[in-house]
Design a binder for this molecule. Structure first.
Ligand code: PEP
Length: 251
């Protein structure tokens, strides 16, 4: 039986976008407000430099603006970093933590990701906590164990009381055009759901599970229809309003 959670379609612009790119958000906003209201929650996580300006355009259209990372501390001597309260102050409502690019580029561990998620919740925001196996781990047959360990260590106990979102993003599917089979996505999401329910009971059944990795207009309908896929985290295809709107329509 399909679960009844409202789907979340979240774009991750990564290190892309200047103020001129906000034109795409204007375009998406006018598409979203022209017809019937979408039956999913729509969010975009731009570079932090664009959060405030994007919010001006996005909020009136019901688009949520998020951030892509934060420091685990609320303030302090951490040159160049941004804290969750700062992102909230700029207008973010969501913060992606533990994206595989940050785990790879910055050596982020599950423990650091968990601390970041706690700081996001303390700031009154919702973390999107990313997990996912590498190609080598999938080929070695350890994907389930790797992702289960990431989930256990990256999702904080605070998720028992506060809202968190989990994104399953196989590293080998990100930005490659490759996707797992629907059966593999279904199996991983069912496993994630079972682990969350075991740990958090009824609250675990209400945690949204996003799929991410080369989600695009051509495969969105099939992937978003899979049981326990409660939305998508979308990189490349979120940069263009037409593509993101097509995925929202599929949801
Ligand atoms: C991502 O970066 O989270 C992602 C899923 O990227 P892409 O959609 O480009 O694979």
């Amino acid at each position: 039986m399909a679960d009844s959670l409202t789907k979340l379609i979240a774009g991750n612009w990564k290190m892309n976008g200047l103020r001129a790119s906000l034109f795409e958000v204007e375009k998406l906003a006018s598409k979203l407000t022209a017809g019937a209201a979408p039956r999913c929650t729509v969010a975009i996580c731009p570079p932090a430099t664009l959060i405030a300006a994007m919010n001006q355009i996005a909020a009136p259209a019901g688009i949520v603006v998020g951030a892509q990372d934060c420091h685990p501390a609320a303030s302090g001597a951490h040159t160049g970093d941004l804290s969750a309260p700062m992102l909230a102050d700029a207008g973010a409502q969501l913060v992606i933590v533990g994206h595989s690019e940050r785990r790879a580029d910055h050596g982020e561990t599950d423990e650091l990701v968990r601390q970041k998620a706690v700081s996001v919740l303390a700031a009154g925001l919702t973390p999107i906590i990313c997990v996912g196996e590498t190609r080598a781990e999938r080929e070695a047959g350890t994907a389930d164990a790797v992702v289960a360990a990431q989930l256990a260590a990256s999702v904080p106990d605070e998720a028992a009381d506060d809202d968190v979102v989990v994104a399953y993003e196989p590293v080998w599917a990100i930005g490659t055009g490759l996707t797992p089979t629907s059966a593999d996505i279904a199996q991983m999401h069912k496993s994630l759901r079972d682990q969350l329910v075991k740990r958090f009971g009824a609250k675990g059944a209400a945690i949204k599970l996003l799929y991410g990795g080369s989600l695009k207009p051509g495969n969105a309908r099939e992937i978003l229809a899979i049981e326990h896929v409660n939305g998508g985290l979308i990189g490349g295809a979120s940069l263009l309003a037409d593509d993101l709107f097509a995925i929202i329509s599929a949801a």
